[in-house]
Design a protein around this ligand. Sequence first.
Ligand code: UD1
Length: 424
Amino acid sequence: MDKIVITGGQRLCGEVRISGAKNAALPILASTILGGGECVITNVPRVADVLTMGKLLGILGASVSHEGNRAVIRAEVIHSTEAPYDLVKTMRASVLVLGPLVARWGEAKVSLPGGCAIGSRPVNLHLAGLEKLGADISIEHGYITAKAKRLKGARIYCDTPTVTGTENLMMAASLAEGTTVIENAAKEPEITDLANFLIKRGARIEGAGTDVLTIDGVRELQRGDHEVIPDRIEAGTYLAAGAMTRGDVTITHCRPAHLEAVLMKLREAGAEVQVEKERVRVMAPDRLKGTDVRTLPFPGFPTDMQAQMVALMTMAEGTSVVTETVFESRFMHVEELRRMGADIRVEGNRLVVAGRPGLTGAPVMASDLRASAGLIIAGLAASGVTEVQRVYHLDRGYERIEEKLRALGATIERRKAGAATTGR
Ligand code: UD1
């Protein structure tokens, strides 16, 4: 298995261009099967999850071509309505084809995602919502089966705001007969991006970006072109890397409005943050200050930035309390950060991080996508060599990460499986 080897201690300086948002590209790609026309999607990040979604659409029968950051999809006919276990187990977001399949083709069979490193992640709200829309749902042999002649608009209340759940239901309701109202919907920018794409194709959706979505169903969606929004988590990750290495990093092609909670926390930690229209510059002092963070649904501090923020706090002055309210057991990076010398105590869903003047490089294991990003950042700031193993997690969501970090002055390389390692 590949690993990433970092020799830490360099200040990161310079500019980095932010890629398209993985979490917007995935539902947008899944939604292409809601209509037959050709959809041209640009600013699509070439990351493993996006390639998996392309593969899944291909299995279903869509024609998919993905060159560079442009994907062209046409789903005139569908050969299969099944998302197989082998794909779903590598990417939970495969569940995003459930709503579109049942809405346009009357049936869907999608493997149940199962557990993952960040804890139990049920899809009960996706299923309850589809049932409200009139789908017959059953679970057998590890698969969810949903069937409906034509979905019917309904009033749906989500007990918890769920991002992919809201997306699934919004896509399904776009083709339902009548009006659907989704209450307590998630408000993440990726949902608004999906809604904008659907609207371009003839869907009638109001309220995207608020917690009440109103969708008037139409018979079918037309073709459409769309540019995916920039990835706010990738953006936050490079800002955190700049701040943790006492650097001076400017991210370009980003949307600062999607980053407010992260920017506020970086400022609170003592970094200077300058915001322009599509750029953000972060300049960090020699030592950041400890800062408390609580993850929340958007516009709160994103859970997908929690591991990176914890990494940052391990070297800040003073004690920080990081509370995870979205995925309670999302602390797999903690043991690995401890191997690098971090002082972190776990108390239920809170981490108490006592900042240390420095970390020391160590071999560490990535356990999920964002935990990997936290370890990379820590490795960049630590003294000596850090080897991050299981980097396939990182490849699920970060486009050309070594190249981008090297351009900022990092000493980082990918070693192919079996390649000799240097001494530590
Ligand atoms: C999405 C993101 C992921 C991010 C997460 C939270 C994608 C592809 N993934 O994941 O990167 O970390 O949002 O911002 O966009 N829940 C239920 N029942 C459900 C669905 C969710 O109880 O049916 C709970 C979850 O356990 C969790 C909370 O709702 O506690 C939020 O999860 P959710 O927003 O659904 O996360 P995902 O959509 O899977």
